[in-house]
Design a protein around this ligand. Structure first.
Ligand SMILES: NC(=O)c1ccc[n+]([C@@H]2O[C@H](COP(=O)([O-])OP(=O)(O)OC[C@H]3O[C@@H](n4cnc5c(N)ncnc54)[C@H](OP(=O)(O)O)[C@@H]3O)[C@@H](O)[C@H]2O)c1
Length: 323
């Protein structure tokens, strides 16, 4: 079969489909014939050698949609590697039925973004099945979502809307913010000309937010902490700046703020957590209240163009590779 085989870390410009052996399924696995795969920031970090636990050679790609070999069932799925390929062998537990009426392009945009978005709210204590009771009762609950126009960001706006959460999002582009507002984003902040910390305080009468989707790292971790209200939670799930998170412990003490980590790669192995998240998300996909925002579609051979688009901050929503 053809696949994007990464043999050398540190660059991605040369990546092209190569002939590799077909996957051999283990006893708990099914083979999925992939029609589309989602591009994630983690795919770029991995190829650049900046993602933990990645060893070459490996086949890139963490999410996919297609049909189960033998049954023809239309599914979408999550994996650590192997989705940028014609076929993949994956555990049954990590594939879900494609929502009715969705194409494989739409379905491949679901697993990473929507599970991550839901689990951030869950970790922040803002869902019904929350990991811990939410902090003191509040009339309105608010989330600050960095990179709100991206894959996870656009998912977070939709899930937030369904959870009754007021959403504030950041982006480098007014055009992208206008697009996300159509999904229900309540307030957009263009960080290239506005100080998001100040603006969050202005928008919330000086109170701050309950939860921050923090995927930037560096100084943004401490600035995000300063955007929270008392008992707020900052959920760290990425470092797009490539910089180590910096902490403002004084703000953490004074507002009883906590900073949590979240990694779908390991949570995906926890059937209870993922199963509960799916139980909430599935009906919303069925009712049409959740819909992945596919901004760009490339053929598999143009994987490096897709990566460059995301790294250049030019993507809106999800980038999909068709196989
Ligand atoms: N922990 C987990 O399990 C998990 C799961 C999924 C994703 N993530 C993380 O979540 C983040 C978003 O992932 P995604 O796949 O959904 O990507 P994405 O948001 O679709 O694309 C990245 C966006 O980040 C923004 N950005 C801000 N600073 C950036 C920088 N220094 N370099 C590049 N982009 C920058 C850009 O949007 P603007 O120009 O609009 O700001 C860019 O379009 C990544 O950090 C990723 O690693 C983590």
């Amino acid at each position: 079969m053809k696949a994007i085989l990464v043999e050398q870390l540190g660059k991605f410009e040369h990546l092209q489909p190569k002939e590799v052996p077909d996957p051999a399924p283990k006893s708990d696995q099914v083979i999925v014939r992939i029609e589309a795969a989602g591009v994630n920031f983690a795919d770029i970090s991995s190829a650049m050698g900046k993602y933990p636990g990645i060893k070459v050679p490996y086949i890139g790609g963490r999410e996919f949609a297609g049909t189960v070999e033998g049954t023809g069932e239309r599914v979408m799925g999550y994996t650590q590697t192997g989705a940028f390929a014609e076929k993949i062998a994956v555990p049954r537990a990590l594939v879900w039925p494609q929502p009715q009426g969705w194409t494989s392009v739409e379905s491949a945009a679901f697993p990473v973004n929507f599970f991550t978005a839901y689990l951030v709210y869950w970790k922040a204590g803002l869902t019904k099945d929350a990991w811990e009771p939410a902090a003191p009762s509040k009339s309105s609950r608010r989330a600050l979502i960095h990179a709100v126009a991206g894959g996870v960001g656009t998912a977070a706006v939709q899930v937030g809307r369904l959870l009754g959460i007021e959403t504030i999002g950041t982006s480098s582009s007014d055009e992208k913010l206008d697009q996300v507002k159509k999904l229900g984003l309540n307030h957009g902040i263009n960080y290239s000309r506005e100080d998001y910390q100040q603006r969050v305080m202005d928008l919330t009468n000086g109170e701050g937010v309950d939860c921050v989707f923090e995927m930037l790292g560096g100084e943004h971790t401490k600035r995000s902490t300063r955007c929270t209200r008392d008992f707020g939670r900052v959920i760290l799930y990425g470092t797009a700046t490539g910089e180590r998170p910096e902490f403002d412990t004084l703000t953490m003490y004074s507002k009883s703020v906590s900073v949590h980590g979240l990694w779908l790669s390991t949570l995906a192995g926890n059937r209870e957590v993922i199963g509960t998240a799916w139980k909430t998300l599935a009906p919303w996909t069925k009712s049409g209240e959740l819909k992945p925002q596919v901004g760009h579609v490339f053929p598999l051979a143009k994987v490096s163009e897709a990566f460059a688009l995301m790294l250049g901050r030019k993507n809106y929503g999800k980038i999909i590779l068709t196989v």
